[in-house]
Design a binder for this molecule. Structure first.
Ligand SMILES: *Cc1c(COP(=O)(O)O)cnc(C)c1O
Length: 376
């Protein structure tokens, strides 16, 4: 027996995803190598302009990863006095732990909000019901690629004077009324982790914002707190995006709309052809362009049995996420006593099916057929 049998349907074949652009990526890498400039130079400047244009937001600031982008946004608001130690930041309880880490890294208090059970996202009514005077900001996460209810959330934040930060790490291109993820809030953090809809060939991230002053503060903060070489206004971290990753992202950005369209077509097939009373499918709020299907998350009561059934047919799946942030060891002391039944149920039942721009029709059909055959 071979030591390792590749899955017939891998969860995400990054090698195949990047192989489509191999020649262009190699040309871009050679350009960076030969330029002699590896940090804060032309590639990053060009990527920031191109990504800002694509998002439809005036400013983009490249960062080392998605967590640093989110952390820097909150940090910038602390530096200019909009937030202070201990202020509350409302955030959906079922998010990727990085959203919560960005809050606690800044000595701010995460206020965990139960998501809407059908969309996995923060809803405006629930958010409004928990608002208290200590809460000064909202971190709205567009989980799994779907926009949170941004018209209502943005309006609520505006009327209450709350800062609005978007976690757009999973939602490059999710759009409503012509406004994309990253252009709704006071600032937004993106991740270009290799597996995201727009993935670098290593770690990278970015912030978008409308306020030029905020952009300037963010540019300094990511660069050890320095606007000008050897002059430091802030005690900042080193959270820069390097030239090589910027060059890789410039190759891949022009293909992102097409990749998102492929993801939508696969999701449409899953939604119309999967029919199994034991499997609950995700729901799209509003028109289809609100969702870019970073993940296709199905739910079932016997999640482990469902995952084994798919694995037996060679279909690789992943759990996003097995343990909710408030039950993680690192937050047990502060948050462990919270009871968040909607969130806890999502974490017990969710299973992500393969979805990516390099799946073949045969692989898509195999997923549909295997899910339809599942019996608990
Ligand atoms: C991936 C991700 C992050 C963090 O991005 P990194 O680049 O891995 O630091 C933050 N939030 C969400 C929702 C994510 O999916």
């Amino acid at each position: 027996m071979p030591a390792f049998t590749p899955a017939k349907v891998p969860f995400l074949d990054l090698r195949a995803i990047n192989a489509r652009h191999a020649a262009e990526l190699k040309t871009a890498a050679a350009r960076v190598i030969e330029s002699g400039w590896y940090i804060l130079s032309e590639e990053l400047k060009a990527f920031e302009t191109e990504f800002a244009t694509w998002v439809g937001c005036p400013h983009c600031v490249g960062t080392s990863n998605g967590l640093s982008a989110l952390t820097l946004a909150l940090r910038a608001w602390k530096e200019v006095g909009r937030l202070r130690d201990g202020d509350g930041v409302a955030v959906p309880a079922n998010t990727c732990i990085a959203s919560i880490l960005a809050i606690t890294e800044n000595n701010l208090q995460p206020v965990l909000v139960e998501p809407e059970a059908d969309t996995f996202n923060l809803g405006a009514a629930k958010l409004e019901s928990i608002l208290a005077p200590n809460i000064k900001a909202v971190l709205a996460v567009h989980l799994y690629g779907q926009l949170a209810d941004m018209p209502a959330i943005a309006e609520l934040c505006q009327s209450r004077g709350l800062l609005l930060l978007e976690d757009a790490a999973q939602a490059h291109g999710a759009c409503l009324n012509g406004i994309k993820a990253g252009a709704w809030g006071d600032a937004a953090g993106f991740s270009f982790y290799p597996g995201k809809n727009l993935g670098a060939l290593g770690d990278a991230g970015a912030l978008t914002c409308r306020d030029p002053k905020l952009a300037e503060t963010l540019r300094a903060l990511r660069n050890c707190g320095s606007h000008q070489k050897y002059r430091n206004f802030y005690r900042g971290p080193n959270d820069r995006m390097d030239e090589m990753q910027a060059a890789m992202l410039r190759v891949k950005l022009p293909h992102l709309d097409n990749d998102n369209a492929i993801r939508r077509r696969i999701a449409a097939q899953y939604c119309s052809k999967i029919s199994n009373s034991h499997v609950r499918l995700p729901i799209v709020r509003g028109p289809e362009e609100t969702h870019v299907w970073h993940l296709f998350v199905a739910r079932t009561n016997d999640r482990d049995g469902f995952q084994k059934h798919l694995a037996a047919a060679g279909i690789q799946t992943v759990i996003h996420y097995p343990v909710p942030p408030h039950q993680q060891d690192c937050y047990r002391a502060e948050l462990g006593k919270l009871s968040l039944p909607v969130t806890e149920k999502i974490h017990r039942t969710a299973l992500s099916l393969p979805i990516s721009p390099v799946m073949t029709q045969g692989q898509i059909d195999a997923v549909i057929e295997t899910v339809n055959n599942y019996q608990p």
